[in-house]
Design a binder for this molecule. Structure first.
Ligand code: ADP
Ligand code: MG
Length: 298
């Protein structure tokens, strides 16, 4: 049964069959409009982001790639509400999220997962996942536990490690638990800032399949930052290539490869053509950044 048959079944029965994508949500539309970010505007004036505009539709998986220090995390931190904009604005479902007048404010509608995990080591996996809705009084303990177990199970059988403490798990598994912990808050957008950066190639490949599976099940808008071009093309619907600092949008590549994505797709001519298209631009920018001696800042 092909993906389109699966989707037809979803339309008919409302059920998600094993390969079908969950339906596109009607929330999570992110409009990034002419965004600029200057650190220390009255002193050193570090121009991190300049005139960045991206429209991200609800349920889209967008990857942002660019060399180290080009302003990716700055853009992410503005979306997350940790930093202000110094130019332009960002709207979430038409509502102002970051403007010159709006002070930055994080919210449970946008959850960020970073490279360095932030699970509580003294709480079990289950308690970690239940923590958000419990502390915000959004769910009773029973409901939070039910929901957490359900999500853990749906996200690649993580319910099996519900009673473990994070340090007992591999870093890949910890990262997956973190994503589940983000999802239980029902965010409109999932923000991932180089979550697999420190991993070896094999672990990364495994994580990609898990992330794609989570995306298939939850179908949230995902903004995924990486400096790894292959990862970006493999995962996303669109790859936004940023220039070296100040980060502007150099090009946007539409990835029309079908889903579910499988590792053998990286051998198809379609994938290789996209990679060739992206490589030239990214390498040009990486070279510029390298020549300028841009320091790595994770
Ligand atoms: P990336 O995530 O693409 O590696 P960042 O957004 O972290 O890039 O950084 C972009 C530029 O802004 C870099 O030159 C970095 O040194 C600078 N920068 C980042 N955060 C700050 C800050 N809080 N204050 C001053 N400069 C910063
Ligand atoms: Mg960064």
């Amino acid at each position: 049964m092909g993906a389109s048959d699966d989707l037809a079944k979803v339309a008919e029965t409302g059920e998600i069959s094993p390969n079908a994508m969950a339906q596109r949500p009607n929330e999570g539309h992110l409009s990034i409009r002419n965004v600029g970010k200057i650190y220390d505007p009255h002193g050193a004036r570090v121009v991190a982001v300049q005139n960045a505009s991206i429209e991200i539709e609800p349920g889209d998986f967008v990857a942002i790639v660019g060399p180290s220090g080009c302003g990716k995390s700055s853009l992410m931190n503005i979306i997350a509400g940790y930093e202000n904009v110094t130019e332009g604005k960002i709207l979430l479902d038409g509502q102002p999220l970051a403007t010159l007048e709006t002070p930055p404010k994080p919210g449970s509608d946008r959850v960020v997962v970073f490279q360095n995990g932030a699970l509580f080591p003294w709480k079990t996996v289950l308690e970690n996942v239940m923590y958000g809705p419990m502390v915000q009084n959004k769910m009773t303990r029973t409901r939070a536990e039910e929901r957490a177990m359900d999500l853990l199970a749906k996200c690649g059988g993580l319910d099996k490690v519900a009673a473990c403490y994070p340090p007992q798990l591999s870093s890949g598994m910890q990262r997956r638990v973190e994503i589940v912990r983000a999802l239980i808050n029902e965010p409109k957008i999932l923000l991932l800032d180089e979550p697999f950066r420190a991993m070896d190639t094999v672990s990364k490949t495994v994580m990609h399949q898990h992330l794609l599976e989570m995306y298939r099940v939850c179908r949230k808008t995902i903004v995924f930052i990486t400096h790894d071009l292959e990862e970006a093309i493999y995962l996303a619907d669109r790859v936004v290539v940023m220039t070296s600092r100040p980060g502007t949008i150099k090009s946007i590549i539409n990835v029309k490869m079908s889903r579910p994505r499988t590792p053998d797709m990286m051998l198809t001519s379609e994938y290789l053509a996209l990679k060739a298209q992206a490589i030239a631009g990214v390498h040009e920018e990486a070279k510029k950044a390298f020549e300028r001696g841009e320091r790595e800042k994770a």
